[in-house]
Design a binder for this molecule. Structure first.
Ligand code: FES
Ligand SMILES: [Fe+2]
Length: 396
């Protein structure tokens, strides 16, 4: 029986989180990473696409600016052929319209300085903050006020752990990572990131097999408190899978029907949380004391930018160089690429099923998917707006 027939008689299950289903282009009025700081050199201009917003980033005298990446004169992208003439203007390479970096106002036109549009036309600018080697841009409605603090869109600061993982805003922190484009809607990427039922796709990874940590075949939530909502006043909102809560989850160690057994022996807990606008924090992963962060940034309706970052302690130069070696030899090749390549493959494999939005009603969820439903409800409840489809958007 075809999927559509099988499900046609059911009440639409996705109705209980309708705003999430509408969020094809992502959530607006949130802070998103745009580039790593070292990807934008002095006087460089680079274009990024976030939730359908085409944004040009420019660094001038060390400061980073973000502005609309379409010239209002004839509609070309400013980043298409960057032209940098002064420290305070962004000049369009085609006919020389020049906009103030600070306010986006048309200050002059290179070959037409007496034109009446000067001082009257402007392009929009975006709030920018640069911390921990990452350039963040606040994306959404131009007049959204007040712009919330960046910390409200960063991971939950961990305080209920004797050895808490570091926070991005901590002073002595090591932060490194990569980002790459995934051919799947951002929601499929987020849900894959913390999916409690997806351990199978990592079964053959070197990360799992090179260590003796216990990896069950799966986990079943057995109590209501297996997943909790994160709702910090003026802070992050989202959900947390409470794998450290005794008896809340049942690890599945054996399933004779498929001839599978758990791997490894050493019990190893890593709590997983996801906060708006789509940011994962895995505590004590890839190794104890470190954490892995992943942003799944909507670019257009069918792609996301996949950010994978490790965060660890770094109090002095010796620790920094040890962390660099660990990152280059282990975290990036074995974790961020080897292990997480399987996640990228999985979410891209879901895209066709959900592309026309029917998949949200046709999917047949099982016990461990209650964490996915909790996330969908959290987004529906806590979002600061659902991004509309843009008029123009080139594929990333
Ligand atoms: S298109 Fe930009 S100045 Fe003409
Ligand atoms: Fe995964």
């Amino acid at each position: 029986m075809a999927l559509a027939q099988r499900t046609s008689a059911r009440v639409s299950p996705s109705r209980q989180y309708a705003p999430y289903i509408e969020a094809v282009w992502g959530l607006k009025n949130h802070w998103y990473p745009a580039l790593f700081s070292n990807e934008l050199g002095e006087n460089q201009v680079k274009g990024v696409l976030i939730a359908g917003h085409e944004i040009a980033l420019r660094r001038a005298k060390g400061k980073t600016y973000a502005m609309q990446n379409r010239c209002p004169h004839r509609g070309v992208k400013l980043s298409g052929k960057p032209m940098v003439l002064t420290d305070d203007l962004m000049t369009c390479w085609y006919h020389g319209f020049s906009f103030g970096l600070d306010d986006g106002v048309l200050k002059t036109i290179a070959g037409c300085p007496d034109d009446q549009n000067i001082g009257r036309v402007r392009i929009r600018t975006y709030p920018v903050q640069e911390v921990a080697g990452i350039i963040f841009v606040f994306v959404g409605d131009e007049n959204y006020k007040p712009v919330p603090p960046l910390s409200s869109d960063l991971p939950l600061r961990i305080t209920d752990d004797p050895n808490p993982v570091k926070h991005l805003l901590d002073p002595d922190v090591f932060v490194r990572g990569i980002h790459r484009t995934g051919k799947a809607n951002w929601r499929l990427a987020v849900e894959n990131g913390y999916d409690p039922g997806h351990l199978l796709i990592h079964w053959d990874s070197m990360m799992v097999n090179s260590q003796d940590r216990l990896i069950p075949i799966g986990v079943e939530p057995v109590r209501e408190d297996a997943v909790r909502f994160i709702d910090e006043p003026d802070g992050p909102k989202g959900i947390m899978c409470m794998y450290n809560r005794e008896g809340a989850w049942k690890p599945i160690l054996e399933n004779p029907l498929v001839k599978m057994k758990a791997k490894g022996k050493k019990p190893y807990y890593f709590r997983v949380s996801t906060v708006l606008p789509g940011l994962l924090q895995v505590e004590h992963w890839p190794i104890p004391g470190w954490s892995q962060l992943e942003w799944y940034i909507p670019t257009d309706d069918k792609h996301h930018e996949y950010w994978e970052v490790v965060v660890g302690p770094c109090r002095n130069e010796d620790e920094r160089s040890a962390a660099e070696s660990l990152y280059n030899g282990f975290f990036e090749p074995i974790g961020l690429r080897g292990f997480n390549d399987a996640d990228l493959f999985a979410r891209e494999s879901m895209q066709k099923f959900y592309e026309d939005n029917a998949g949200w009603d046709e999917e047949v969820l099982c016990m461990f998917d209650n964490a996915l439903v909790a996330w969908r409800k959290a987004v529906s409840r806590f979002n600061r707006g659902i991004q509309e489809a843009p008029r123009i958007c080139e594929e990333p």
